[in-house]
Ligand binder design. Sequence first.
Ligand SMILES: [Zn+2]
Length: 127
Amino acid sequence: MAMPADVPSADARYFGKLAEGIFEIPRCRTCSRHHFFPRVCCPHCGSQDLEWVAPAGAGVVYSSTIVRRPGGDYTVCLVDLQEGPRLMSRVVDIPVDEVRIGMAVRARIDQTTEGPLLVFIPEGARS
Ligand SMILES: [Zn+2]
């Protein structure tokens, strides 16, 4: 499938799929590497021959920051996907101070009042 010609529509496609419960990231047909956020050109080799693929959903926490809020604390994490891209997300379903760097996590899409949200849960936890 051809990549949309501009970045906003690539974002729209990404969030549209999330709303359907589908997590997909772009992959370059030229160098076979994945990237995220969606871009017009492959950030690795500059190719515009991109396709959308569903990652396995497995990742590892690269860093985690706890955001303290009256309504409930949450984490802001950088997660390295198995496919390579590093993306910003949250690790949920466990206490915020139990999130560890190097922890194996798995992607999940939560439908929130503000729209679909990609989150991660600890590997092995029930989703
Ligand atoms: Zn490439």
